[in-house]
Design a protein around this ligand. Structure first.
Ligand SMILES: *[C@@H]1O[C@H](CO)[C@@H](O)[C@H](O)[C@H]1NC(C)=O
Ligand SMILES: *[C@@H]1O[C@H](CO)[C@@H](O)[C@H](O)[C@H]1NC(C)=O
Ligand SMILES: *[C@@H]1O[C@H](CO)[C@@H](O)[C@H](O)[C@H]1NC(C)=O
Ligand SMILES: [Zn+2]
Length: 737
């Protein structure tokens, strides 16, 4: 009987040892068994010779990630070579898209004194944008090897992309057939490029019914557009009489679409591909260095940059002076940062207001564009700057965890004059949210009293200074490691400039290049993929669970002072303006940023201190303003109600009392009104944590756990003694030996 019990206990220990080996540790051993892949940031992966072998990394590169400079140069050439780009006038002045009562047309007629007086211009004319796809070119590529991919693009990716943008943007609806002008087509027949789609003649002669935008989708495996693991490229190719893009080309590189053997894809892969498609379409819609010069005043329809265009002499982000056609100062401004780096910012009113609200920095000029040279003769980028807008869907590099379509991007579309945005489709980015002017203009890494690299307070939770550091993604959805590459070992060798060096005596180290080499929490570790580090994903639960972590929809990554992120349930609570964190069944309260809380985990044997996150990053709806006030107001982060700080929009239109200065706000329930529903409920699987401590973390033993273990060990030896004594042969029997 006693023997049986002991065997049972030993079997349990053995299974636990086996279990932990096959769980977390297996990843470590396989990683060391192949190649070390600590810093597999998607944007820089292709520079390295490492075979990262992570499928999502392969499928996810934004078409025009800065590394793919040659591709971006091809696209820029397509845009810039047109007569329209050089003069500002469509080639065929008679080409006109039919509108009923376009507000700008109505306004012009009224000024000419021959139209009925219009009592109102704004809003009411606009209807959700109707997007049509023309996929004949893509279909023509179909063969046995790519049929599933083409179906995936047509049935999964394109409909979701169209649905996103038609909910996000409204336009003055085209009334009648949308006809394509040959004047803007390549060789008067192709949308964008001869390798994309030849526009069907009936689109030119008769037009397309029921569409405000037509997208020509092709699947040409072109060497000019499909290297560097590019998934897709996109360019606009037709415009209405007010310069709104009415047609564009998307070329999908089918070889980079990666599906399971049965032609399906995981939700994460679908989301990645949709993210890329949403990003690409926004280049067609106006988020492109070639488009900014065509922006118009939304109220009057006046061109913001006078026509015909003329060139200006300007010093570009690479320090080279060039003579170029650029948007006027009311749209884009060139600035020199304190470290000498030049950059361009979008300074249109709504974009500017949102950029200011994002960082709580009302002195900002506008929203900075990419400042890394992205091609032989590029002057400014097409994207938001990576250092300032790291997790933004419209920054240049895809982040491994989060790509947020932010209110700022929708504001850019509103500032173009062509669109009205529904901000419900956007989410605020936690990156630098309310972190102050220093976050936006200061260095990401400073030097502490001992001369070591350290993260300044304003950068805490975003930047990191040690490659071994583990923490959380900026929105605290994922566990993440610190991204620091040694650019000495990356080919082609291209070391950080002097003003992007942060480590004394180690000039070749830095984070992602596009983020000004700022080290940040953007790396997966232990051979895991980003989605395996996602706290919200319940299937990520560990087989053994030393730190009493919980994975699930309301879990977020919380840093422990031991230097690692842990997954715990959280709740944002409005009445007490606090973040609640549930550790081992108990709801703890974070009242301020980076507050430290004592907890006990692992059956209560293990002491652990956790660090509250910056509250605005986990509860942006409580600790920042809805939609950053939609570009229509100032976010007063210091606003107090009954003595409690509650950020609030102060709308420019004083009659507007809506929470986000926009009637499109629909609360998404991201916080609780009060904590009444949060009950403490301690429970624990008794053996798991102890055995986990025993196996992996003897360094973390507290005195209580020593006592516990000593007790268990004593019991164990007593058992052993009993069993052995029962096995011991009698004196008589021993004589047999
Ligand atoms: C535009 O239309 C007008 C009037 O129909 C015509 O006289 C003119 O030649 C046309 N211009 C072009 C460039 O086709
Ligand atoms: C502020 O306090 C007053 C009185 O205690 C209360 O009636 C009111 O609801 C409070 N306002 C908010 C927004 O909590
Ligand atoms: C904005 O979008 C949401 C969700 O797509 C929708 O429910 C809402 O009606 C839209 N609001 C306006 C003003 O169009
Ligand atoms: Zn892009």
């Amino acid at each position: 009987m006693m023997r049986a019990t002991l065997i049972l206990v030993l079997a349990m220990v053995a299974s636990r040892l086996g279990g932990s080996g096959a769980g977390v540790n297996a990843a470590e051993s396989s990683a060391s068994g192949t190649r070390v892949t600590e810093n597999n940031v998607r944007g820089t992966a292709k520079y390295s010779n490492d075979n990262y072998g992570v499928r999502r990394v392969q499928s996810i590169h934004k078409s025009d990630s800065p590394e793919a400079a040659a591709i971006r140069q091809e696209l820029r050439a397509i845009e810039e070579k047109t007569q329209r780009s050089q003069t500002g006038f469509n080639v065929d002045p008679n080409h006109s898209v039919p509108y009923d009562n376009h507000p700008w047309e109505a306004r012009r007629k009224m000024q000419e004194g021959n139209g009925a007086a219009q009592s109102q211009f704004a809003g009411t004319f606009f209807k959700p944008m109707r997007i049509r796809f023309e996929t004949k070119s893509l279909d023509d590529m179909r063969d046995a090897s790519n049929a599933a991919k083409i179906d995936f693009i047509k049935n999964e990716i394109l409909p979701r992309t169209a649905s996103f943008w038609s909910q996000a943007l409204a336009v003055v609806p085209v009334s009648g057939p949308l006809r394509i002008s040959t004047g803007e087509l390549d060789n008067r027949e192709y949308c964008g490029d001869y390798e994309f789609t030849r526009v069907p003649s009936e689109h030119i002669s008769q037009g397309i019914e029921g569409a405000d935008l037509v997208l020509y989708v092709s699947g040409t495996p072109s060497s000019r557009f499909c290297s560097y693991q590019t998934l897709a490229v996109a360019v606009a190719c037709n415009f209405d009489q007010f310069d709104r893009p009415i047609a564009g080309a998307i070329n999908v590189c089918l070889s980079t679409v990666e599906l399971n053997a049965d032609g399906t894809a995981s939700p994460a892969v679908i989301q990645d591909n949709v993210d890329v498609a949403i990003h690409e379409v926004s280049h067609i819609l106006g988020h492109s260095s070639n488009s900014y010069r065509f922006f118009r005043d939304p109220d009057t329809g006046e061109a913001l940059t006078p026509r015909p265009f003329s060139t200006r002499q300007v010093t570009c982000v690479d320090g080279v002076s060039r003579s170029l056609i650029l948007p006027a100062d009311n749209t884009m401004a060139f600035v020199e940062a304190s470290n000498g780096q030049r950059f361009a910012s979008i300074v249109t009113p709504k974009v500017r207001a949102i950029a200011r609200n994002q960082f709580d920095c009302q002195s900002l000029d506008g929203a900075q564009l990419e400042n890394q040279p992205t091609g032989a003769d590029s002057c400014t980028g097409d994207h938001w700057d990576e250092r300032l807008y790291y997790d933004n869907a419209l920054s240049g590099v895809i982040s491994p965890t989060t790509n947020i379509l932010t209110p700022m991007t929708l504001a850019l579309f509103e500032d173009s004059g062509w669109y009205k945005a529904n901000y419900t489709q956007a989410r605020i980015s936690p990156w630098g949210l309310g972190a102050g002017c220093d976050f936006a203009t200061g260095p990401c890494i400073a030097t502490d009293a001992n001369g070591a690299a350290s993260v300044p307070d304003y950068g805490r939770g975003y930047f990191c200074s040690d490659k071994a550091q583990k923490g959380c993604s900026s929105g605290h959805t994922h566990k993440m490691g610190c991204t620091i590459n040694d650019y000495y070992h990356i080919v082609p060798r291209d070391l950080p400039d002097k003003h992007f060096q942060y480590f004394d005596g180690l000039p070749t180290l830095g984070g992602p290049r596009q983020a000004d080499f700022c080290p940040l929490f953007g790396s997966t570790y232990e051979g895991l993929e980003a989605e395996q580090l996602d706290c919200r994903e319940s299937t990520n639960a560990n087989t053994y669970n030393l730190y009493s972590e919980i994975w699930g929809q309301d879990s977020r990554c919380i840093e422990s002072t031991a230097g690692e992120g842990r997954c715990y349930r959280t709740a944002c609570v409005q009445d007490i303006m606090a973040l609640k964190i549930n550790v081992r069944g108990e709801w703890l309260t974070c009242q301020y940023d980076f507050q430290e809380l004592e907890t006990r985990v692992g059956a209560g044997l293990l002491a652990q201190t956790i660090t509250c996150p910056r509250l605005s990053t986990v509860c942006p709806d409580l600790f920042a303003c809805p939609f950053n006030c939609a570009g229509r107001g100032i976010c007063n982060y210091a606003n107090t109600v009954n003595g409690t700080v509650r950020p609030q929009c102060e709308c420019f239109d004083q009659k507007d009392t809506s929470p986000g200065c926009s009637d499109s706000l629909i609360p998404d329930g991201a916080y609780l009104e009060n904590g009444n529903g949060l009950f403490n409920n301690l429970e624990e699987n008794f053996f798991d944590p102890l055995i986990a401590v025993f196996v992996d973390h003897p360094d973390l033993w507290a005195s209580a756990s020593w006592a516990w273990a000593a007790g268990l060990l004593t019991v164990f030896f007593v058992l052993l003694l009993c069993i052995c004594s029962s096995c011991l042969p009698s004196p008589k029997g021993s004589q047999k030996y």
